[in-house]
Each structure stands twice: as C-alpha cells, then as structure tokens.
Ligand binder design. Structure first.
Ligand SMILES: Nc1nc2c(ncn2[C@@H]2O[C@H](COP(=O)(O)OP(=O)(O)OP(=O)(O)O)[C@@H](O)[C@H]2O)c(=O)[nH]1
Ligand SMILES: [Mg+2]
Ligand SMILES: [Zn+2]
Length: 353
C-alpha cells in the first residue's frame, strides 16, 4: 500500500459499487471517488491517479443527481468527464436555507458516523438522540464516542446513559489525546472505510481527528490543484487519510446538519413512543388530553419517561417544520393572515355596535 496512490479497494470500492457497472461501461469508463467539490469542479481519485475535472453530468435532473464528496463516479477513460453517478450506500443532505425544497448534498458513502460528546457538562441526551436520528436517516452506522474519559470521575456512568438510548448502540469512552487509547475506534477506521464526525464545539473532534490521522494538523491542510484548464484553484481537501488506512470525510456542511425529511429516522430512534401512539383511540391523537390516549396513560403510570416524550415531541415538530415546502409555509402564513384579518374585522364591528 502506498499512501500516495491508493488503489480502488483502499479508496472504498466494494462489490456494492462494482455490481452497478456493466462490461461495456468498464471498457469505456473507469471508477473514481470524489475527494472534494469546488464550484463546478471536483477532485477525484481512482486506481493510481488523482485529478481535478468539471463536475458536469449530462443526465442530472434532481438535486440528488449531482456528485458530492465521497461519491463514486464512472469517468470516461479518455475525455475525463463524469459519465454516471453510482448509487450511494449513504447520503447526508440538508435543505438549503430559505429556498423551499432545494437540497444541498453534504457527504455520500460514509460508513460510520462518530457522534462525539464528552464525559462532562457537554453530555446531553437530547443532542445525542438528534445525531442518532441524522445517522439513521443518512443510512450510516452511528458510534457514540465519549471523550475526556481521562479527566472524568465516572466515565462509565456516561457510557451507560448513552447505551440506554438504543439497544445495541455502540458507545466508546476514550482519551482523545492519547493514540494508545483510541484502539477501540480502529474497527471503523481500517482500509476502505469512511468515517465522519459530528458533535458540539470543544468536545474534542479535532483532537480525535489529529490522533486518528497520525497528528497531521487537519485545520491547516489546504491543497492547490490544477483544474482542467490549467488554472490554479485552492481547494480545501475534504477526504483525509487515516493512519489505519481508512478515510475521514470532513466538510463544513457536516457541522450544519439539520433534521429534514427525518420522519423515519425519528420513528426508529423513538420506536417505543411510535408503538404507544399506535394504541391511542384516535389515529390523529395529539396526546393532549383526548380520551383513550395510550401516551398519556404511559406518562401517568411512569412507563414512558416524561423527559423522553418531551424530547421526541420537540424533534418531531422541528422535523415537520423543516420538511414543509415553501408553498406549504406560505399557505399556512396566508391562512394565519386571513384569520387575523377576520378577527380584527369582528372586533371593529363589535366596537361600532
Ligand atoms: N484531557 C482531555 N482533553 C481533551 C480530550 N479531547 C479533547 N480535549 C481537549 O479539549 C479541547 C477542545 O478540543 P477540540 O479537539 O479542539 O474540540 P473540537 O470538538 O474540535 O471543537 P470545535 O473545533 O470548536 O468544534 C482541547 O484543549 C483538547 O486538548 C480528551 O479526551 N482528554
Ligand atoms: Mg475542531
Ligand atoms: Zn394519544
């Protein structure tokens, strides 16, 4: 293995992608992975080569048809242009602010999401749940990494709380500063594997990343590349090599992830609440005092934790808001405006009487 020219398997090529290629396209095209995206240009790496090409794809129709970091493309062997985007194993995306249903793709084909929190005041169950929903929605395996175990009184207490969130949830406690103490994470960082990180500021993401990449300072790693016309562009590299052979996918977008179209992710993280709601007498029960409400009953008897219910309610409301189309929001605002107007009219009429 050379770190300069990784082969396809080292880049993350698996039978999942190989099975999407046919004999004739193998003749005409070669696979390459998108290492960085930069205004109409992509930085790609394939078997023994790395170059920057235009990202244009002829058959792209929807926002999801465009290549993003981590994607696999078939590249025309001679003309060096993308022919086809291969189906993804996983995808992180978000809705662009203020523009209705437009999607911004953030990262594709991430295998593992390290959800980083620390064994101190930052530890927050609601935040962990939120990230678990994101991981579920993207189709990525979540691993909760609790840092600062070396300076916490009882790191195992935090780990136990996190494990209580979902059966089978993977939770590791580490000292992110110590390369000898992050061995538990290597199972997800080996050859061909791609990981990404989320977590709030100060929890130790950069520390962990530096330790996992072998102490190269990732914040300072910008690269200059030739674009297809021979001009120079400065691009932030978005895929970083890990010491164990895998890849760290790091884009600014990962830090701004919101819940959008995450209804099924929320349902799977809160499946106990969904199961209870299915037992309410009314299918559209708002769990707000209706008769025969299974949620109320579970809250009253203590089988459902009130805090957990409250967290679910908040996430579900946020998801519904983010997923509403612009026209839905406008219609709602319009209906609200109408209602305000008619109330004002009634008031004025009352005054005149
Ligand atoms: N003792 C100890 N200190 C840690 C550990 N992890 C991180 N730190 C320290 O915590 C501080 C914040 O760590 P960073 O890695 O910068 O945190 P970050 O998550 O990258 O923060 P942002 O870049 O703001 O999002 C630094 O001073 C680290 O040295 C750990 O496991 N043990
Ligand atoms: Mg950082
Ligand atoms: Zn109910």
């Amino acid at each position: 293995m050379t770190s300069q020219n990784p082969d396809l398997a080292e880049l993350g090529w698996t039978s999942f992608f190989a099975s999407q290629t046919t004999a004739d396209c193998v003749e005409r095209a070669i696979p390459a992975r998108v290492m960085a995206v930069h205004r109409g240009l992509i930085n790609i790496a394939g078997d023994g080569f790395e170059e920057t090409i235009a990202s244009h794809l002829d058959d792209a129709c929807t926002d999801k048809d465009y290549p993003t970091v981590g994607d696999w493309l078939l590249i025309e062997r001679h003309a060096r242009r993308p022919l086809r985007l291969l189906g993804r194993r996983s995808l992180f995306f978000r809705r662009a602010p203020g523009s209705g249903r437009r999607l911004q793709l953030i990262a594709a084909n991430v295998d593992t999401l390290f959800i980083v929190s620390s064994c101190n005041a930052d530890f927050n169950i609601a935040r962990l749940e939120r990230y678990l929903v994101l991981a579920r929605e993207a189709g990525v395996t979540p691993v909760v990494v609790l840092t600062k175990a070396d300076i916490a009184d009882a790191p195992e207490d935090y780990a136990a709380k996190a494990r209580g969130l979902q059966s089978g949830l993977l939770v590791e406690t580490v000292n992110a500063l110590d390369p000898g103490d992050i061995g538990s994470l290597s199972a997800w960082c080996g050859k061909g594997q791609t990981v990404a990180f989320v977590g709030s500021s100060g929890v130790g993401k950069s520390t962990l990343i530096n330790t996992l990449t072998g102490a190269q300072d990732i914040a300072t790693k910008g690269i200059r590349e030739d674009d297809s016309r021979g001009r120079h562009t400065t691009t932030g590299r978005q895929m970083h090599r890990l010491a164990e052979g895998g890849w760290l996918l790091d884009t600014p977008g990962m830090r701004e992830l919101q819940l959008t179209d995450a209804a099924s992710g929320i349902e799977s993280v809160f499946e106990d609440i969904v199961a209870l709601a299915a037992q309410c007498r009314f299918a559209d029960c708002s769990h707000d005092g209706e008769p025969g409400c299974a949620i109320r009953e579970a809250l009253d008897t203590g089988t459902l934790d009130a805090e957990r219910y409250r967290r679910w309610h908040k996430l579900a409301a946020e998801e519904a808001f983010n997923s509403a189309t612009l026209s839905e929001r406008r219609a709602r605002d319009k209906a609200f405006g109408k209602m305000v107007k008619s109330v004002m009219k009634d008031k004025q009429r009352d005054k005149r009487r």
